[in-house]
Write a protein that binds this ligand. Sequence first.
Ligand SMILES: NC(=O)c1ccc[n+]([C@@H]2O[C@H](COP(=O)([O-])OP(=O)(O)OC[C@H]3O[C@@H](n4cnc5c(N)ncnc54)[C@H](OP(=O)(O)O)[C@@H]3O)[C@@H](O)[C@H]2O)c1
Length: 228
Amino acid sequence: MFGATGYTGARTAEAMVRRGVRPVLAGRDPGRLAALAQRLGGLETALADVTDRASVAALVGRGDVLVSTVGPFTELGAPAVAAAADAGAVYLDSTGEPPFIHTVYERWGPVAERSGAALLTAFGNDYVPGVLAGALALRAAGEGADRVDVGYFITGLGTGQPFSRGTLRSLAGIATQPLYAWRDGALRAEPAGTRMRTFDVAGRPADGLNQGLFAAQEAFLVSVENRY
Ligand SMILES: NC(=O)c1ccc[n+]([C@@H]2O[C@H](COP(=O)([O-])OP(=O)(O)OC[C@H]3O[C@@H](n4cnc5c(N)ncnc54)[C@H](OP(=O)(O)O)[C@@H]3O)[C@@H](O)[C@H]2O)c1
């Protein structure tokens, strides 16, 4: 569990332990790693810093599972996915950054095909629930369906912080970067905000742009309950 000392990493490690998994907690701060390891029942720890790629590579071997929440991913994510792809490991990350996701597919996908690694990028709140909900909606709709729109909305503003510190940093990094979309049989880059959909959120219309997280900001006025 690389990034274990961060907000998302610590919660992911806690969730693993609740399910009976005993992850190795990896990060760059031995003191905070040790404290977390003790709190979670005496887990193993490993030191790794993305500025020292060998230390990240040393975390994984063939068949290991590497979960990374070290972000912003466009800035800090490459060493972890590279280590997993090279080693033939299973890799999951919490990114929501389109340029990084694009790099995982284009740069590291072919490496993973050769090594036998499995790369599951963007395995967080965006985009797993939307993909699953979309798949279930299409299955329920049957043959007649020709499109499914998935919108992400943050509700209940005022009852908690809508984004973690790391997510805010990641958002700042991708604000001017292109998105990628499958259009007319090809993967194409397109600017955020070029497409718009209106969703029904708890009976009220809410606009979303073609950039998941910014679409959520559009919906700040829609306050239902805090689900984030
Ligand atoms: N897709 C989603 O739904 C979703 C949800 C939540 C978060 N995220 C993403 O997940 C990422 C983490 O968010 P967060 O809120 O957990 O951020 P955070 O609390 O700032 O955690 C970032 C982690 O990266 C580590 N790190 C930073 N520089 C490093 C380096 N040079 N070497 C090794 N580790 C380093 C930090 O270690 P230290 O503790 O030592 O500083 C920390 O553990 C962000 O990119 C965020 O956008 C996505």
